[in-house]
Design a protein around this ligand. Structure first.
Ligand code: SAH
Length: 347
């Protein structure tokens, strides 16, 4: 039986390969590609294609469209959280954030996650499956469709570990960036990893201009082993070595994410360790006060403690920002995305 494929899973070359295999004129590739990114719902709407091409496409493909199952808007800052249904019935969460510089889509790269970070909601049910490139494209397009506006920035900070789904994520990044695709500049895309070291090397060699963020959360192995089991495989030394390689290779600054957890990694000693670890590196530290997750006991430190932590890093000459928390009233803040969500409004 002919298994239909999501046409959004194909990059330009793959679609061209298909067109040539079917002995259709090469220029159809460009036309079809344009229609896909114009967000048509069906092949019949591809108005400049003859009937035989439309029928051929219909026989082999479907146009994947993430359906909004639920949507929740923050009354505080306009952040929106989406629950999308994918073709196979699995659901995925995404967040839209509005900043002065544009609209940022925070998208998921996997359904669930296997990294088991102890403070994160996305990993509580383990990994269900990877998302394909086309499904990730669909997350962005579905948000854009809903808000009736262009997405200017993408952060791969939703559910999942992007480097555990490396090939599809790379394909997605290239399609997002391509002028034939979503045409979003690489510098407007941020990929965040828990620290899968071999993939950081690979990503450095790929010479992408995207921003790389590392979820560090502790500067000593003892604490990081507990918070992030990935550290037992790739400890801090190995991680920092990979990060240095990345910076040397790309000349791009790395962002270290450090979620501050009360009484766990928020004291001055921890700040000193972090300062010593990162001193002199081309980097930026983003301090994120821990967001509470139902069923987890972690709490955020008070504002003063956060400020003190920052002042230590300042002393080491490390550029540091305290992340503004968006969407906290709808559990859309970092690490709170979780598949089963009954609180959201059904649309
Ligand atoms: N797997 C990738 C992408 C997740 S991005 C990664 O680990 O980087 C989401 C960011 O939010 C990560 O830095 C993650 O460690 C952090 N995070 C997870 N749960 C959180 C929580 N409850 N509060 C604050 N930050 C959290």
């Amino acid at each position: 039986m002919n298994q239909k494929r999501n046409i959004k899973d194909l990059d330009f070359n793959e679609l061209e390969g298909y067109i040539l295999e079917k002995k259709l004129p090469k220029f159809r590739t460009q036309q079809i590609f344009e229609w896909i990114f114009k967000d048509v719902e069906d092949f019949g709407s591809m108005k400049n294609l003859p009937k035989n091409v439309i029928e051929q496409l219909e026989a082999d493909f479907y146009i994947g469209r993430a359906k909004i199952l639920r949507k929740q808007s923050s009354s505080v800052d306009g952040t929106r959280k989406y629950l999308f249904e994918m073709e196979d019935g699995n659901t995925v969460e995404c967040v839209l954030m509005e900043y002065s510089y544009g609209k940022t889509a925070c998208i998921s790269t996997q359904i669930g996650c296997k990294m088991s970070c102890t403070f994160c909601a996305s990993t509580m049910d383990g990994l269900v499956r990877h998302l394909s490139c086309g499904e990730m494209i669909e997350e962005v397009m579905a948000i854009s469709r809903d808000i009736g506006d262009r997405i200017s920035n993408i952060v791969l900070m939703g559910m999942g570990e992007p480097f555990d789904n490396y090939d599809e994520v790379m394909k997605f990044l290239k399609l997002v960036n391509s002028s034939k695709g979503l045409n979003i500049g690489q510098r407007h895309i941020t990929i965040s990893t828990s620290g899968i070291v071999p993939k950081i090397f690979e990503f450095a060699d790929a010479q992408m201009q995207c921003n790389l963020a590392i979820s560090l959360h502790a500067a000593d192995n003892e604490t990081r082993n507990v918070l992030m089991p990935v550290n037992k495989k790739y400890n801090i030394d190995k991680l920092i070595e990979a990060c240095r390689y990345y910076v040397n290779k790309t000349n791009r600054r790395i962002t270290y994410e450090y979620s501050l957890i009360k009484d766990i990694n928020d004291d001055l000693e921890a700040a000193e360790s972090l300062g010593k670890l990162l001193k002199g590196q081309l980097c930026h530290v983003n301090l994120i006060p821990m967001n509470s997750v139902e069923g987890k006991e972690f709490e955020k430190p008070g504002k003063e403690k956060v400020a003190k932590f920052k002042s230590v890093l300042d002393k080491y000459g490390i550029e540091t920002t305290i992340r503004r928390e968006l969407g906290t009233d709808i559990d859309a803040a970092c690490g709170q995305l979780r598949r089963r969500d009954s609180e959201m409004v059904t649309v």
